[in-house]
Ligand binder design. Structure first.
Ligand code: PMP
Length: 413
């Protein structure tokens, strides 16, 4: 694989050619895709790898003794090594393929949680969590008569760490916090959060669904016990995701789902389970998803985090500057450490009306609660309009978006 690009080598127009969808015309206008926090677009390398699998070696993995099944098994298994290296896990056995971040959090809640959380224990989440990192813990607390505690958020959209410290105690069993907020873009101090939890003997799950494609993630440096993410937000396919877990924890955990592949032997007297990670991958896996995810990681590495980070920061700074010139706008989420997410409300207007109008200009962005209803309640708003930028977005697209927004506001007055 080629080395990552330098800032001098980076040409966004060349990069955009790798994404066929960016040539689309919508409502007679060029598509300006600014909903990357919901899902990113896919480069040709990912699309072609999936097509190549179906055209040339489609077969089930870990079952066949024939050539194309061995090819598929190789492609599947080597991706585990690639992901392990990508997030600096201790070994490939710590990488479990899931349907996505949601599935990964559920796995931990049902497997680790049911086994290790008892009546009166406490689980801490934050006020800025995605529903995927709230509801599984709520369900677990209900089942176990445990207590869910919530780290509050300040007016800038940052976690109040002093309040977090007060919530922690010897009853805390799990802390589950998002790395980068999908609704506000806040980058949380996950290493500090993890260290503090560990001092109380609690385990930590970090939801990295918005992080792994924006910044280098080193799970060992963070110290997280579990780290979750989804392929489709990182230039990869839908329906595939990852749970990283520390090996000793995964080994001690019971299976989440059971069936084929996750066993060593089955008889009516009893069943012995396979080793980690296969113990957690019952049934035919999403082979095309894994193969596509492999290429998505290659794509990220070929551009490199230096370029990704500096380009996305330029985009968010430019968009923030431009949008601040509009009187009716209030930006929600002004954290000091912030990724390329711009959430805002237009005073006196419902976010959905803004979104529908912007679509007529070809601008695709997200409106609503962003699966973070408690966070919207915290700011006493029905939702926001959210523009989220990826490495293929351009300042010219931001100009189109801002111009369309100004026209929309004028039209709705
Ligand atoms: N956490 C965060 C921060 C997210 O943004 C999302 C997706 N919006 C999820 C979890 C859930 O991811 P998925 O729907 O891919 O399982």
């Amino acid at each position: 694989m080629e080395a990552a690009l330098t800032k001098q080598m980076f040409d966004v127009e060349t990069l955009r050619k790798e994404f066929p969808i960016l040539k689309r015309v919508v409502n007679g206008k060029p598509l300006v895709y600014l909903d990357n926090a919901a899902t990113s677009q896919k480069p040709l390398s990912v699309i072609n790898a999936i097509s190549d699998y179906y055209c040339n070696y489609n077969s089930n993995v870990h079952r066949g003794v024939y050539s194309i099944s061995l090819e598929a098994s190789d492609a599947y298994d080597c991706t585990r090594d690639k992901i392990s290296e990508f997030i600096n896990a201790g070994s490939a056995s710590e990488i479990i393929f899931t349907r996505g971040a949601t599935d990964a959090v559920n796995l931990v809640a049902y497997s680790y949680g049911l086994e290790n959380v008892a009546e009166g224990d406490e689980i801490i989440v934050s006020e800025m969590e995605h529903h995927a990192n709230i509801v599984p813990w709520q369900v677990l607390c209900k089942k176990k008569n445990a207590v869910l505690k919530v780290i509050p958020v300040n007016d800038k959209g940052e976690l109040i760490i002093d309040e977090y410290k007060k919530l922690l105690n010897n009853k805390t069993k799990i802390v589950a916090v998002v790395h980068i907020s999908n609704a506000l873009g806040t980058i949380n101090p996950v290493k500090e959060i993890t260290d503090l939890a560990h001092q109380r003997g609690a385990k930590v799950l970090i939801d990295g669904a918005q992080a792994v494609h924006h910044m280098p993630v080193d799970v060992q440096d963070i110290g997280a016990d579990f780290y979750t993410f989804s392929g489709h937000k990182m230039y990869g396919p839908m329906g595939i995701g990852v749970l990283y877990g520390k090996l000793e924890l995964l080994e001690a955990m019971p299976p989440y789902q059971t069936g084929g592949d996750m066993i060593i032997s089955v008889s009516f007297k009893g069943t012995t389970y396979n080793e980690v990670p296969v113990k957690f991958e019952a049934g035919t896996p999403n082979v095309e998803g894994v193969i596509g995810l492999n290429k998505a990681i290659d794509f990220i590495k070929s551009v490199g985090f230096d370029v990704i980070n500096s380009h996305e920061q330029e985009l968010i700074n430019y968009a923030t500057e431009k949008i601040s010139e509009i009187d009716e706008i209030e930006i929600i989420g002004t954290a000091k450490n912030k990724a390329s997410v711009l959430s805002f409300v237009v005073r006196g207007q419902h976010p959905m009306d803004i979104g529908i109008m912007l679509d007529t200009y070809g601008v695709a962005l997200r409106t609503g609660k962003h699966c973070t209803e408690p966070l919207m309640d915290r700011f006493s708003i029905p939702g926001t309009v959210r523009a989220s930028f990826a490495v293929y977005n351009t300042p010219e697209e931001i100009d189109i978006f801002i111009d369309a927004l100004k026209r929309t506001i004028k039209a709705l007055k």
